[in-house]
Design a protein around this ligand. Sequence first.
Ligand code: PHB
Ligand code: FE
Length: 329
Amino acid sequence: MTTLTIPPQVRAEGPNEQGYQVFSLGEFLFSRDEYFAYITWPTGRHVMSVDAFLRALQRDVAWDFFYGIVNFDGVLGTVNHYGSVDLFGGRYNDAYRKAELDHVDRIDTPVIRETFKAMLADWTNEGFDPFASPEETGSAFGLKRGGNLAAVTRRRVTATRMVSMPDDEALRSDANGHPVNRMFADVSQDEPEVTAEPGFEGEVASFNLFAYLSRSAVTWNPSVVSVCRDSLYCPTTEEYILPIIHGNDRAEWFVQLSDEIIWDVEDRDTGAKRAKVVMKAGDVAAMPADIRHQGYAPKRCMLLVWENASSKIPELISSGKFPSQPVVF
Ligand code: PHB
Ligand code: FE
């Protein structure tokens, strides 16, 4: 077992009776036992199944707080201010707001980043992989049992130009530890043939995105496979439930590349239900900036998430200079 060193800016005490550290951040306290994560703040308390909690925490850590709001569920979550992060309980929940039980602490990004990383490492037991589908991982439950640092500190794929270009993210193969997933056995593994004019060998490239995605071991983890200035292609493979409810600070486009995802769409600030979107292979959707969404994938499927990473967008939308929806039909 690897021993965990807890950095100085992380407030942790323990182990508790079940063997886990207890963490604090601002006025929030985080603890876990065999089945649940418990979160308390001065005006409230919350409980989540620990497997769902760890799956959400894993995304928040790996995506460095992502775009906008990462709701772990309808109560707890984070808002990315790109330099600091709001940690909240009940802030985007109408009932908590009306009862004045909500609470927000603004925390410097390095402090919440290190605390969340330490919590994820300490609370993840041997054999549990928060990025894997439930069918492909062991259990998150029980008394503290080893750890799974290799899984919780996986490197995120972020191409600088495009997967397969020289000096960029490599193609996946059996040989480099990326076997085809059980549900993608029928996906063709052919690669396109590229014949570049002399002098352009480093500039022209092409790869089979379906083959690349068929070899992804993780679920609900968009990775950057191509970049054109602020335009990022972030495809991902999905199975079971997106472990967060994403409240975006910009619009994002979804292209369903295979199979099906059912999206629950709610008002971003209150959680009021707004739409149920069923996306089948070939469907394209623009998710507006004033909603939050969570996806359900009955079978492992491929989804292209298209992001505009410009740091100017959140302000342009919140000040009303940009509309919330990128297209009007
Ligand atoms: C999203 O919030 O838009 C999102 C996150 C992770 C995914 C897919 C979509 O895998
Ligand atoms: Fe999203």
